[in-house]
Design a protein around this ligand. Structure first.
Ligand code: EPZ
Length: 420
């Protein structure tokens, strides 16, 4: 297993190009199950989660080719409709194949994802919505068995909670269903917006894109022609580099970004005293002497993202005063707190609220990555800690950040990747 060795404190400088969004690419790859042609997708980040989903499709009989951030996927000759435990257990987003497989074949089996480090993360809302569309769902031996022999029927679906992959799954199912599906309380994340836009460009009429009420007119099980397209930039990777600049008090330019996807993050950084210049697809962030404390609440888009909570927690340890960070999406997403405490951070947890005393002097130590975003927060903290920080279990990082270590080293960080 690899680990990272960071020697701090570090200053960064220069320019970094943001990769394609992992969480946009995952549903877009699953969407190729609806295509009647080979699909070409560019600006594809080459991270482990993407390779896992491509492997899952290959196990079903698809052919895929990923090279130079471009992937081609052909799902025309699928031979299997079963997504097996060995692959699903390694990545929860595998559940994204449930809607399209069922809509296309009228039956499928998808393993239940199992445990997760950040919370329970059930899939009940996905299943309930598919049942409303006429599917018969049974859970047997750890698998979701779904059947709709005559295809799915359009339905009026009200999600009890806003769910990102739940919305994506049902939009894809609805694209091939008979008739009209309305989704109330739909997710508005840019990743869901791109999925809807690509489907619309492929001939599926969709109304309300980017709002909490989406209407999809199904194709009566006719496969669609998907033209080549490019994945949107990763807003969470961009936010992570903005935090890297802020915490190391460096000037950094991030390129290939969509600032309109980062409004809540930019607003919070500004509130904390950071100055930024936004030009077209790039943002330059400037060093600031005194970082102000902040109160942050994670919520669904367009509010502050849970996927940036951990990085802002690290930043808050350097603020001049006490910050509070409330996690509203996932019940167990503070595993990084005890690791940050090992580096000397002064953080108290009160239920789902972290109270962060600022002005902490951090010192290098051995720490353990617990999930993807928790891993990046340890890298941020490691870059300002005095001395050597070793971050173990960095396979979490590899799942979702493309070349994080290489990109930071190019910016001047002292980070080595070594074997345990
Ligand atoms: C997506 O997860 C992202 N993953 C997550 O990013 C992100 O943290 C999350 O959305 C919230 O923004 C992908 O896009 C692949 P949800 P998802 O369904 O879709 C509850 C990262 O680091 N819920 O929107 O699985 C759920 O437990 C990852 O890149 C149900 O109760 O999240 C949670 O409390 C981590 N029943 C809330 O809804 C359901 O059936 C939101 O979850 C589904 C969800």
């Amino acid at each position: 297993m690899d680990f990272l060795k960071i020697t701090g404190p570090t200053k960064l400088s220069g320019e970094v190009k943001i990769s394609g969004a992992k969480n946009a690419a995952l549903p877009l790859i699953a969407m190729t199950l609806l295509a009647k042609n080979e699909v070409e997708i560019s600006n594809m980040c080459e991270v482990v989660d993407i390779k896992t989903l491509l492997k899952l499709l290959e196990n079903l009989g698809a052919t895929t080719h990923l090279e130079n951030n471009k992937v081609t996927i052909n799902t025309l000759d699928l031979t299997e409709t079963k997504a097996t435990y060995d692959i699903v257990k390694t990545m929860r987003a595998s559940i994204l194949v449930l809607g399209p497989l069922l809509a296309r074949f009228g039956h499928c089996e998808v393993s239940l994802p199992g445990g997760c480090a950040i919370g329970q993360r059930p899939i009940d809302l996905h299943l309930k919505a598919l049942e409303q569309m006429g599917a018969k769902i049974t859970i047997k031996s750890g698998y979701v068995l779904a059947e709709a022999p005559n295809g799915l029927q359009g339905a009026h679906i009200i999600f009890d909670k806003i769910t990102v992959t739940g919305t994506a799954n049902i939009v894809m199912a609805a694209a091939l269903a008979h008739g009209k599906t309305t989704i109330i309380n739909a997710a508005r994340e840019p990743e869901v917006v791109q999925l809807c836009e690509v489907l619309r460009a492929s001939g599926i009429p969709i109304e309300g894109i980017g709002t909490s009420e989406i209407t999809v007119y199904g194709s009566d099980q006719k496969l669609i022609e998907i033209k080549p397209f490019s994945v949107i930039p990763d807003r969470i990777e961009a936010g992570t580099y903005l935090c890297a600049a802020a915490i190391t008090r460096s000037e950094l330019t991030i390129t290939n970004v969509r600032d309109d996807h980062l409004e809540a993050v930019i607003a919070k950084l500004e509130e904390m005293g950071l100055k930024m210049k936004i030009e077209d697809t790039q943002i330059t962030i400037y060093p600031c002497e005194t970082i102000k404390p902040a109160n942050i609440i994670t919520q669904e888009y367009p509010a502050f993202p849970t996927d940036m909570q951990a990085q802002f927690l690290a930043l808050a340890t350097q603020a001049d005063g006490v910050s509070t960070i409330e996690e509203r999406l996932f019940e167990n997403r503070f595993m990084h707190v005890s690791e940050l405490q090992r580096l000397g951070a002064d953080i108290h947890l009160n239920g789902n609220v972290a109270i962060v005393a600022g002005n902490s002097k951090l010192h290098g130590a051995d720490v353990m990555a617990t999930d993807l975003r928790a891993s990046s927060t340890l890298v941020l903290a490691g870059m300002i800690a005095e001395g050597e920080t070793q971050i173990h279990r960095i396979y979490h990082l590899d799942r979702g950040y493309e070349k994080l270590q290489e990109k930071l080293v190019k910016l001047g960080a002292n980070i080595l990747r070594e074997k345990e």
